[in-house]
Ligand binder design. Structure first.
Ligand SMILES: [Zn+2]
Length: 435
């Protein structure tokens, strides 16, 4: 029902009066299904970018396809970042800001992305979706209320043994299909576009190598969000605390009066975390503290704690709370040396984006023209766009239609891919209209 025909129809509604609008040379879903077969899993704690060489397989393919789609200045940087320019088709392109579109090529290190076997659940009629190769993997309506909006749609999942890679190959497929549609339809007017596909978003290394100046965009969007209509111009302000507990180890047979076991101190400290301020007990705009990795040992125990809040004042309060907790534990365990070190990770991009309201306004308008009901959603995380924004390239985040990122229950749908692509095509037109 929500088929390729529906997509062609919606493209016809793209505000291009009396024009025959041609479909892309390859439907976005076919393109997506090709990309998810390429394993691009990134890896934590590597010293090189990209963290895994296999990401270059997709980078090189995308570069080739961009050239075939008429993009210019196509290049893959030494860090595996794909850059390209799509020339504008206006009488004077200099009047329209160069708009950037960015998606990431890697998939999460959390779950394998090897041999992804995408399954299309055609004409979904409601109910839980059991993944065939591991029937303990169930996409339930209870946990995924968005499924109720996907009746009649074709839902795309993995088979239960891998992630799907919708994050962020949906974004890549949608941007590529937008370029394809623009090439097929020169009557759709737009300014110059800058395109980039980045490695290592999931491990946080790729964007550090991003060449903002060479990219050439004045403003940009990451296409890396979730449900249809969801637009984000807010991320966490983020810090990480590392708390170290120094005890004294000795042979337990002759330890009396000598051994100082740091494990009891770290246990006491962890016991002080407020239950209502954790990732598992908060949502929406409420921040959290999250001990997520550590070592326990008699001599030295340590734990890393994420501190997250949308407001700097809230973040300051969370940091103070950690320092107070450390002080309390130190009082109880005077022989254990306790140190807390807090690092700044990133800031809420809203601090900058509030100066550029047209970015989210144009995106909202584009989504409405695609027949969606757009809404703003703060991201309980960071994005590559947050870092770019704070470095001078304002970059909010747009939806891709996908859900359940980083896990085996990840999914997207035909309509999700179609409508996200359609939104991008509207968006470039809106920038041209408004300039
Ligand atoms: Zn992503």
């Amino acid at each position: 029902m929500k088929s390729f025909l529906a997509f062609v129809f919606s493209i016809i509604c793209l505000g291009v009066a009396n024009a025959q609008v041609k479909a892309p040379t390859e439907p976005v879903m076919d393109r997506f299904l090709r990309y998810v077969k390429i394993d691009t899993q990134s890896q934590e704690d590597q010293t090189t970018v990209p963290s895994t060489r296999k990401q270059l397989n997709l980078a090189n393919l995308l570069a080739k396809e961009l050239i075939a789609l008429g993009a210019q200045n196509v290049r893959v940087s030494e860090f595996g970042i794909v850059y390209a320019t799509v020339p504008g088709n206006l009488a004077d392109n200099s009047k329209v800001p160069v708009v950037g579109f960015i998606a990431h090529m890697d998939t999460s290190p959390a779950v394998s992305g090897e041999n992804v076997n995408a399954i299309i659940h055609k004409n979904y009629q409601g109910g839980d979706i059991v993944l065939p190769k591991d029937t303990s993997q169930v996409i339930s309506v209870a946990k995924n209320p968005v499924l109720k909006e996907l009746i009649g749609d074709d839902i795309i999942t993995a088979d239960g043994t891998t992630l799907l890679g919708s994050d962020d190959k949906s974004g890549i497929a949608e941007i590529m299909t937008m370029i394809d549609i623009l090439r097929q339809n020169p009557q759709i007017k737009h300014g110059t576009l800058a395109i980039a596909f980045t490695p290592d978003e999931e491990v946080g290394g790729g964007i550090e190598k991003f060449d903002i100046k060479g990219f050439g965009a004045k403003v940009a969007y990451t296409v890396d969000g979730e449900e249809l209509g969801e637009i984000s111009d807010e991320t966490w302000s983020a810090r990480t605390a590392t708390v170290t507990f120094q005890g004294k180890s000795t042979h337990p047979g002759s330890a009396k009066g000598i051994m100082v076991n740091a494990m009891y101190a770290i246990g006491d400290y962890l016991g002080r975390f407020p239950k209502d301020m954790l990732p598992e007990t908060t949502e929406g705009r409420v921040g959290f503290v999250h001990p997520y990795a550590g070592v326990i040992d008699v001599e030295t125990s340590s734990v890393k704690v994420l501190l997250r809040d949308f407001d700097v004042s809230g973040l300051d309060a969370k940091e103070k709370m950690q320092r107070d907790m450390v002080a309390e534990t130190a009082k109880k365990f005077p022989e254990v040396k306790i140190a807390i070190n807090v690092e700044e990770n990133y800031k809420n991009m809203k601090e900058v984006l509030k100066e550029f309201p047209e970015l989210t306004n144009n995106a909202m308008e584009a989504a409405r023209r695609a027949g969606l009901k757009p809404y703003m959603k703060p991201i309980r995380g960071g994005t590559d766009g947050a870092r770019l924004t704070l470095q001078g390239l304002p970059t909010p985040n747009l939806f891709t239609g996908g859900s359940n990122f980083h896990g085996k229950l990840e999914f997207n749908s035909r309509r999700g891919l179609d409508k996200s692509t359609e939104t991008l095509v509207h968006l470039v037109q809106i920038f041209a209209e408004k300039s």
